[in-house]
Design a protein around this ligand. Structure first.
Ligand SMILES: Cc1cc2nc3c(=O)[nH]c(=O)nc-3n(C[C@H](O)[C@H](O)[C@H](O)COP(=O)(O)OP(=O)(O)OC[C@H]3O[C@@H](n4cnc5c(N)ncnc54)[C@H](O)[C@@H]3O)c2cc1C
Length: 558
């Protein structure tokens, strides 16, 4: 163990930073899940990205981008409105790297398997820095919804899929690559967007179709330096979806006034703003009055990224805890050798692996766009994965932080990565549909029975059947769950119990995936600790029969 001689004492028994490791190569859970979902894929790109996101120089960018928060300039020094946000160069370096790796809209221009690869990349990159991924995620998610305006799609898609990042505020024609954001939430309602008051008034037909003038506001408007946004506004036919560029075809700035940046708990590198539209020009996407369905095409995909992002942060936090515990001694032994700490670490590793499994399963469902079975799985697993992985992420971060003792709680000017992860975790749970909204969405997904291509419950039954007979606890759990889902149509009390239902669907799906692509000791431990009794407990309560050593060895980031 290294020691540095200082004036008064030697620094002993402190762990080293976790850096310079390959985030892909050291993540057995991710590699095994990818081997299951994409067995033929070439690993070269993943290995390259894994090295890049574990690199110390990139970690320094992540620290600097969080310490030097974005600054809003509403006006220039002559008093003219400028509405620009200034970022630290490290933010641009991070965003450039993520776009360069094709984590935004690039998969929509590629063939089968591209969304799974991109999911793996997103899960790894988020361990480096999650907040720069906010515009990346929105740009990924926007592409299918943007097809609702063919002319805009034709002019913008190639730039959305381009791997060249250009932070300059210019019209799309003059840029090698662009990013997009979304604006739904207003002061009087976020989950209930029907309460939106922003109005859209039709002006004329143009090369991009029906053009409107928007008057109103958005209370949350992240990544306001994006090149364009999908937003919701009211028309005489109801809530409608609009394409709102920041720079207009004549090169002038659109009337989007950035009023203030949010002072957030975490997510510090990313700017989230409050904006007002004072006659901003926007183009209709889809049909008037069908705005919620149109923008939800985008929302569904950002929900995938919430699950991927939280799964990535869970892996990051678990790796930090394991790394620390393998270097820190207490009471004469390494922490990682103490029986109770082994129980905690193995439990964290199990949860992290299960989160990776569920998030990647959802990515596979997104990848198989034309497969009716996968479409049903996508419908069921989107709210489930968003709900459960994000909820468990926040709990896991707290426990992983505690493994580092007091050091875990310390920011040290951005060096404390664990503290940054802890502050970030709740965000994925809140935005794009908070926990209750996800649980209620699951109810809608399972209540639609017997459509032409089958239904969500039927698809889930088939999915769980793949692991039937492998473990009696899972068999009992799955049978009881499917019986409850069958009764979902009739039971008025389902709404109050929707969270428990989402939790149980998640646990069953995770167990069935671990059966298929994790070692037996992981699958067995998951079933023993999550499927019996009253569900998951506080971390570190694995029963005695669990092979904690094997689980820890598998998860160790070395
Ligand atoms: C950092 C950050 C960035 C964001 N960026 C964006 C952005 O770029 N664009 C954008 O449009 N929005 C953005 N949001 C907003 C976010 O999506 C909303 O905050 C979120 O959807 C919740 O809406 P709300 O804040 O209005 O809360 P509410 O809708 O008031 O919900 C409050 C609580 O009530 C619960 N609830 C609501 N309805 C029900 C019900 N029927 N039954 C039971 N419980 C219910 C919710 O689950 C939640 O827990 C961002 C938020 C954050 C924190």
């Amino acid at each position: 163990m290294s020691s540095i001689l200082l004036g008064t004492h030697e620094v002993l028994n402190q762990s080293t930073p976790l850096a310079g490791h390959n985030v892909y190569g050291t993540d057995r859970a991710l590699r095994d899940a990818l081997m299951f979902h994409a067995p033929q894929a070439d690993e070269a790109q993943r290995i390259e990205l894994g090295a890049q996101v574990g690199d110390l120089a990139m970690q320094t960018h992540a620290r600097l981008a969080n310490v030097h928060k974005p600054v809003l300039h509403t006006h220039d020094r002559f008093g003219r409105r400028s509405d620009t946000v200034e970022f630290h160069p490290s933010y641009h370096a991070l965003l450039g790297a993520a776009v360069g790796a094709g984590l935004h809209a690039t998969p929509w221009s590629l063939g089968p398997g591209a969304h799974i690869e991109r999911a793996a990349g997103f899960l790894m990159f988020t361990q480096l820095e999650p907040s720069a991924l906010c515009p990346v995620s929105m740009t990924y998610a926007v592409a299918p919804a943007l097809r609702g305006n063919a002319a805009v799609f034709a002019d913008w898609f190639d730039k959305l899929a381009s791997t060249r990042y250009d932070p300059n505020l210019r019209f799309v024609d003059e840029k090698p690559g662009v990013t997009m954001g979304m604006g739904m939430t207003e002061k009087q309602g976020g989950s209930d967007v029907r309460a939106n008051t922003t109005r859209a008034e039709y002006i004329e037909d143009t090369a991009w179709g029906r053009c409107y003038r928007l008057v109103g506001h958005k209370w949350f408007f992240s990544a306001p330096m994006s090149d364009a946004f999908l937003v919701l506004a009211q028309t005489p036919s109801g809530l409608s979806c609009f394409f709102l560029p920041r720079v207009l075809p004549d090169g002038s700035l659109n009337a989007i006034a950035i009023q203030r940046l949010k002072d957030k708990l975490g997510n510090h590198a990313n700017a989230s703003s409050e904006v007002e539209f004072n006659g901003a020009l926007a183009w209709l996407v889809g049909e008037e009055g069908r705005g919620i369905a149109q923008i939800l095409e985008m929302g569904t995909l950002t929900r995938l990224d919430c699950a991927l992002g939280s799964a990535g942060l869970m892996r990051g936090a678990t790796a930090l805890a394991l790394h620390h515990a393998s270097q820190r001694r207490a009471f004469g032994k390494l922490l990682a050798e103490q029986p109770l700490m082994k129980n905690v670490l193995a439990d964290l590793a199990l949860e992290s692996e299960a989160a990776t499994a569920l998030a990647l399963r959802l990515a596979r469902a997104v990848d198989r766009q034309d497969d009716p079975f996968e479409a049903l799985m996508r419908r069921v697993l989107t709210p489930v994965a968003k709900f459960w992985v994000c909820k468990r992420g926040a709990a896991l971060a707290q426990e992983a932080m505690e493994c580092l003792g007091g050091n875990g709680y310390v920011e040290a000017h951005g060096e404390g990565v664990m503290a940054r992860i802890y502050r970030e975790m709740p965000l994925n749970s809140i935005w794009e549909g908070a926990g209750n909204i996800m649980a209620l969405d699951l109810l809608r997904a399972v209540k639609k029975r017997g459509g032409q291509g089958g239904d969500g419950v039927g698809a889930l039954t088939a999915e769980l059947d793949a692991a039937r007979g492998a473990n009696p606890q899972l068999d009992r759990f799955a049978a009881a769950l499917l019986a409850r889902l069958d009764a979902a149509d009739d039971d008025a009390g389902m709404e109050a119990g929707a969270r428990r239902l989402a939790q149980d669907v998640a646990l069953a799906a995770q167990a069935s995936l671990l059966c298929r692509h994790a070692p037996d000791f992981v699958f067995d431990a998951f079933c023993r600790s999550r499927l019996g009794g009253d569900g998951p407990q506080v971390f570190g309560t694995l029963p005695g029969a669990v092979d904690t050593d094997a689980i820890i060895r598998r998860a160790m980031p070395a």
